[in-house]
Design a protein around this ligand. Sequence first.
Ligand SMILES: [Zn+2]
Length: 227
Amino acid sequence: MFYFDWTYLLIIPGMLLGLWAQAQVKSAYGKYSRIPTRLGQPAASVVADLLRRNGNNKVRIGRVSGELTDHYNPGNETLNLSDGVFGSASIAALGIAAHEAGHAMQKHENYAPLMLRTTIVPAVNICSSLSTPLFFLGLLMSWEPLLTIGIVLFAASTVFALITLPVEFNASSRAVSMLVEGGYVSGEEEAGVRKVLRAAALTYVASAVTSLLSLLRLVMIANRRRD
Ligand SMILES: [Zn+2]
């Protein structure tokens, strides 16, 4: 449901930050996916090494189609690398693959923010799909309890976006340490890995900011109705 009024302008900074973050990812990935590491070991093989070296033998490494579709599934402990990453020995591929290995290590060590995020995912999905329709239904019916319910449900997805931040930043810092400690990257390569991962983290920051601003917008619309 689309509802336009001046409060919509509130969300624009978040959207701009999101576009900027995506451009950063594109440029960092574009640059570092073309620069191979001196070691020349493909990302899938590096990830297997990293997990083994860190005592994690449970993870199944697979391949997934698409660009930058790499992800780790804590449910079945599967780590999927995208076509452009799996067999690539580029700086970007190693950074992305090691980031996913970072998530696998979070699960291995029961890292609390990851555990919390995984636990609340189903509830958050329901909350976020109901929040906006209920809020605008409340607006149409001028029924305040429904506005409040919509806001509370939306707040759940904002909390999720915020919990995602430590999970992502931590996975990236684990990625850099594992790659450096194992001698897979050095010097300029490490700087390249950091740039790629920083750009990716920025997209999560943009999502969290957009979510906070959207929440603020709903609160403002509801408050105006009460006057
Ligand atoms: Zn991640």
